[in-house]
Design a protein around this ligand. Structure first.
Ligand code: ADP
Ligand code: MG
Length: 631
């Protein structure tokens, strides 16, 4: 509890004690009125001030206004007839108890998100003349060597240059098993170095590093509102004034009717009392508070599991997912290719690989990376020039005065070189120099461990159709698709074709509320990520463009996070709907009882605060969704 909340609690207790004591004192008239004013003002002065400010600023009628009118009305009634001031004090008291509870719950869930913010690094260590110096991570340039001591946070993304250690990545990925890293491995900022000293060569500036990106995403997520939230704030704007007019009508019309039509004495005070009760019951705080809180908790729970959802609206969309299209390389498969064979090379295998590695020297495609790795030798970038990457086809560059083309059959057709077909199942990379065919390299990729399991789970939780869209060759696509048990696949697609396929799927939907998600790594699929109803990107392997274009980012590239994300969003939306139905039902029933004079103000304030407490507790449940349990 923070200071302000403690102060409110103290006021509540003090006021309650005074009220109870006053009950035993035989006070009358003015003395009684003044005495009860003390606990009333102690607990309610801020509500009265807020209500007053709301009126003069023209903000209209908010819940403070409702409470102020209801309690002042109750005091007026006490003065003119009953003399029972406890009611007014009690209504204010319970209202404040509810407010306090709500502030506490909101703070708690904010805290669980700010725990995630704990990944924000404060400094980086740089070694200068054998001494370690702490600097602001903003000042570290790309390519610098930083030292990370055991127990420290990794401040910037980079590659381990020296040393090996274990990293705790749980704040980023929700994965509690520590990850081992060795020289040459990528490491991302925000993870914690557990046991040994690491020297790391930075690959990104602070602003571009993973930790900064995540913090930025989570901080922005609150600004994108779901339809439900928009509905609630619109609802409150219309609802509160209509309740006030309803209350005025209830206070005036029946007694007027009694006096002038029925010709009996109008029950003025009785109907005024009912009208005030009506005001207390109708306070919409349960909805106004609990709906944003549910989304907030849902997003928090997702981020604790390594899933970044960029706004409440995406929670809502995600929960309606019925179709999912997947990219293959880097999404369902690891995107780490191994060279299996080299065929028909007149210039020798080593030389063929050298050409390929040189032309691929600056591409970020997983195929490029694997060709460079399997060549193994030093790659002198100055030997290549005029590199041109043709997405979905391959890459061309000049080496030794020749135009070297490295890519698939589409690329060979494009440059008009006759190639030899390959009968191996695998991704075939053809190489040509000017008009001469130099042979091909057969490479293969492994499916991720969890891909098939994830697809199976997706079908179980109600996904109607899964499709794999790939730029790779037909035979390898067929093999992966049958291993993964996706419902269908389309191969040999250029990035624009992927967009067309997604548009076909969009047209297949039987209602606009059904959602098509696309999952990709951003390599040749950023346009589809943006075109689908919701884009899910692989965050670790994925490109910055993908993370930018996507609405949901999976921090550790684990396909199992897709069903988990959908499950979290469904639970979150179910809680939102429960809260709306429950609050409106209870309010409706109480309003009816209040109007016919059965409910008194005590019941009213219990109903109001009680509904809010239950709704808020229900919202907080959205925080507690953990890793996927099978079954
Ligand atoms: P996927 O849809 O499986 O992720 P891409 O669209 O990234 O595949 O690429 C499709 C195909 O285009 C690859 O299988 C490969 O044949 C070819 N290709 C793309 N980029 C390159 C490259 N840099 N070097 C060689 N071949 C490439
Ligand atoms: Mg890809």
């Amino acid at each position: 509890m923070n200071k302000k909340q403690k102060k409110t609690l103290a006021r509540i207790i003090l006021s309650a004690v005074i009220m109870i004591v006053l009950n035993f004192l035989p006070l009358t008239d003015v003395l009684r009125f003044t005495a009860y004013l003390v606990p009333y003002l102690i607990v309610g002065y801020d509500v009265l001030i807020k209500a007053w400010k709301g009126i003069i600023k023209g903000h209209g009628m908010d819940e403070c206004f409702l409470m102020a009118v209801a309690t002042i009305g109750a005091i007026v009634l006490a003065v003119i007839s009953s003399g029972d001031y406890t009611e007014a004090v009690a209504v204010m008291l319970f209202y404040q108890v509810g407010e306090l509870f709500q502030a506490y719950a909101v703070n708690r869930s904010r805290k669980s998100i700010s725990d995630l913010m704990d990944i924000r690094p404060d400094y980086a260590n740089i070694e200068i003349d054998g001494r370690i110096e702490r600097v602001d991570p903003y000042e570290v340039e790309v390519g610098s060597t930083i030292v990370i001591l055991p127990g420290e946070k990794v401040p910037l993304d980079g590659i381990v240059a020296e040393g090996d250690s274990t990293l705790n990545t749980s704040a980023l990925t929700g994965e509690s098993v520590p990850r081992e890293v060795f020289a040459g491995d990528d490491i991302i900022s925000g993870s914690i170095n557990l046991n040994k000293v690491l020297k790391v060569t930075t690959t990104k500036e602070f602003d571009e590093s993973t930790a900064s990106k995540i913090i930025e995403l989570v901080e922005d997520s609150g600004s994108r509102k779901s339809n439900y939230e928009a509905f609630i704030s619109k609802f409150a704007r219309i609802y509160t004034p209509s309740v006030v007019y309803g209350a005025i009508a209830l206070a005036l019309l029946p007694p007027l009717f009694q006096t002038f039509v029925m010709g009996i004495n109008g029950q003025w005070t009785s109907f005024l009392y009912r009208a005030l009760t009506f005001l207390v019951i109708s306070c919409p705080c349960a909805l106004v508070v609990s709906i944003p809180l549910s989304f907030f908790a849902g997003i928090g729970s997702a981020s604790r599991n390594g899933i970044l959802v960029k706004g409440s609206n995406f929670m809502e969309i995600l929960s309606n997912t019925r179709y999912i299209a997947f990219d293959k390389t880097g999404t369902l498969t690891k995107g780490v290719f191994e060279v299996d064979a080299i065929h028909h090379s007149p210039i020798g295998e080593k030389e063929l690989l050298r050409y390929a590695a040189l032309v691929e020297s600056s591409s970020s495609h997983p195929i490029a990376e694997s060709l460079r790795r399997s060549y193994g030798g030093n790659i002198d970038r100055s030997e290549v020039s005029e590199i041109e990457e043709l997405s979905g086809k391959g890459i061309i560059g000049s080496v030794d005065g020749k135009r070297i083309a490295v890519g698939n059959t589409k690329l060979m057709d494009f440059i008009g070189v006759k190639y030899l077909p390959c009968h191996h199942v695998g991704t075939i990379i053809h190489v040509a120099a000017d008009r001469d065919y130099l042979g091909h390299i057969v490479i293969s990729d492994q499916p991720k461990e969890n891909s098939a399991k994830a697809i199976n789970l997706l079908h179980k939780i109600g996904i109607r159709k899964t499709v794999m869209l790939t730029g790779d060759a037909e035979n390898i696509a067929a093999k992966i698709a049958s291993e993964m048990k996706v419902d269908s696949y389309v191969s040999e697609l250029l990035p624009v074709d992927k967009v067309k396929e997604v548009e076909k799927l969009l047209a297949e939907k039987s209602s606009p509320s059904e959602v098509l998600a696309f999952v990709g790594d951003g390599i040749n699929d950023a346009p589809v990520l943006a075109r689908s109803d919701i884009g899910i990107a692989m965050g670790a392997m994925g490109t910055d463009a993908a993370i930018e274009a996507a609405d949901v980012v999976l921090m550790d590239d684990d396909p199992l996070k897709i069903p988990l994300a959908i499950r979290i969003s469904k639970k979150c939306l179910r809680i939102v709907r429960e809260n709306i139905v429950f609050s409106l039902a209870v309010k409706g029933a109480c309003l009816l009882l209040g109007a016919i004079g059965i409910a008194n103000m005590w019941l009213a304030v219990f109903a109001d605060v009680g509904v809010m407490v239950i709704a808020v507790l229900n919202s907080v449940r959205a925080l507690r969704i953990r890793q996927y349990q099978e079954g």
